[in-house]
Design a protein around this ligand. Structure first.
Ligand SMILES: [Zn+2]
Length: 487
């Protein structure tokens, strides 16, 4: 059983990115397939990453004034039908419950694909006057979207997420909230997950069904495909008008509220794997790693073992006291080489090796997961090990971000010739962000999608360039947009 993991080699990333991704998710024990098609099981190592994300994001969301609540999994089918665009967008992927308790239900229930409708139903009862506003709620929940083509974490029939829902007295306040959350998401993903992003608004075709405006954070994965990492929607009064969510303003007039909704999901786990992983396995940013440092004691003779283990335990204690999430690998019957590979696969940021000679010299060997080869290793005094590892974890967090940022910049190209753009997108390894002028006409967007499979990922909020010509039709364009093939 001991060396079982060596049975199957990981597919090299450069050979087949999709196969590599699945191998890593399974071998690092983040997730496993479930008996229900399209659903996955989160294993403890995968769920621990989600818990770390959830705890940190929850704190940040609460700081904005939103509070957590919980709404039911089942929603009356008629609710979904109240907002025309919303139902059109979600109906094809909704799971419907028609029977319960052995009987056919009078009204079928849907399993929530998102909760705008049921939350608006409750808002319409809770919001009476301007004094009830703003109402800002967040819920951590599972949602179900019946997907035809699924991929671990990125697209699964059931997934976990948070969905924020806010109601405001004015349009300006709701628009401001939408952008506040967008910036919160950007900082969270860049700082905590070490994934650099493009930030912008979505084109009409890519908008959330029922939103007036959708804003997005988009990352670039190791294969040059973009991944939508989170969205924040300005809903205008679309839902409040459908659900009669109104308040009495200070002039005693009834007004419809202005709303937002926003979410990030367990898809972020896939983003971490794809943005940072390599052929040896995961590379976890220290902020999300449930194990930040692992100590691997090495010895052959029993009399050495005693000394090595004593030193390893002392290091473990000092690291733990410094609030470093540390593990001591005391597994027996496994070679050091096997253990090194195993912890590399699991993406632990720092490995500490300690043998009899290290004990004698009062030093341990540190190996950084963000680097490879001789560069990855250094020696550290055991007396100051906690400070050294703490500083190294901060360096690794920054280094993973910098590596991903360098890759994103190298994979972002400007095009002013449509044929060159198409050739690039079709070509081997033809991915990355294309930074282009687009006139805003959906016909040009459709043509790009049909001819290159690239879609509009984001129209940056800050446009510092002069007006130019649309890459597709040559008409004048006032904005640049990022197009890419995506997940
Ligand atoms: Zn055009």
């Amino acid at each position: 059983m001991a060396q079982k993991q060596d049975d199957k080699k990981v597919t090299p990333r450069s050979e087949d990115f999709a196969a590599w991704y699945n191998d890593i998710c399974l071998r690092a024990e983040l997730a496993d397939y479930s008996p229900v098609r399209g659903c996955i099981v989160f294993r403890p190592d995968g769920f621990a990453i989600w818990e770390a994300l959830r705890d940190e994001l929850d704190k940040r969301i609460k700081k904005t004034g939103a509070r957590n609540a919980y709404f039911p999994l089942f929603i009356p089918k008629s609710f979904l039908e109240k907002e025309a665009q919303h139902v059109e967008g979600f109906a094809p992927e909704v799971a419907v419950v028609t029977h319960g308790g052995g009987k056919e239900l009078e009204e079928p229930l849907i399993v929530r694909p998102t909760s705008e409708t049921i939350i608006n139903h409750m808002f319409s009862q809770w919001i009476r006057s301007h004094r009830d506003l703003p109402m800002m709620l967040n819920q951590w929940a599972n949602v179900v979207r019946w997907e035809m083509r699924t991929r671990m974490f990125l697209r699964t029939t059931e997934f976990l997420w948070q969905e924020g829902h806010t109601a405001h007295a004015t349009r300006e306040e709701a628009e401001r909230e939408t952008l506040t959350i967008l910036e919160l998401y950007r900082k969270f993903v860049e700082e905590f997950l070490a994934i650099p992003l493009i930030v912008g608004r979505k084109s009409a075709a890519e908008r959330f069904p029922g939103a007036v405006e959708t804003y997005t954070i988009e990352g670039l994965m190791g294969d040059g495909r973009a991944l939508q990492c989170g969205t924040s929607h300005f809903l205008g009064q679309n839902f409040s008008k459908s659900f009669e969510t109104r308040y009495l303003d200070d002039q005693n007039q009834m007004q419809f509220v202005w709303q937002t909704s926003w979410g990030v999901s367990t898809r972020l786990l896939g983003a971490i794997v794809m943005a940072h992983g390599d052929d040896q396995g995961l590379r976890l940013p220290p902020a999300v790693a449930s194990t930040q440092a692992v100590i691997v004691p090495i010895w052959r003779k029993p009399e050495e073992g005693e000394k090595v283990m004593a030193a390893a335990r002392a290091m473990f204690d000092s690291l733990e006291q410094a609030n470093i999430r540390v593990r001591l690998d005391t597994r027996e019957g496994l070679t050091p080489g096997f253990k090194f590979n195993d912890w590399e696969m699991r993406g632990v940021p720092v490995r500490i090796e300690i043998g009899p000679r290290d004990v004698a010299s009062g030093e341990a060997v540190l190996a950084r997961r963000d680097k490879s080869g001789p560069d990855a290793k250094s020696k550290a005094s055991m007396t100051t090990i906690a400070e050294t590892v703490s500083a190294m974890l901060a360096t690794i967090q920054a280094s993973l971000y910098a590596q991903a940022k360098t890759a994103m910049i190298a994979n972002t190209r400007k095009f002013d010739d449509y044929n060159a753009f198409k050739k690039h997108m079709e070509g081997e390894g033809g991915g990355g962000f294309a930074d282009i002028y687009w006139c805003g006409n959906p016909a040009c967007e459709t043509r790009i999608r049909e001819e290159s499979k690239a879609t509009c990922r984001a129209i940056p909020l800050e446009q510092d360039t002069q007006p130019g010509k649309c890459l597709v039709c040559g008409e004048s364009a006032t904005e640049r947009a990022f197009f890419a093939k995506s997940y």
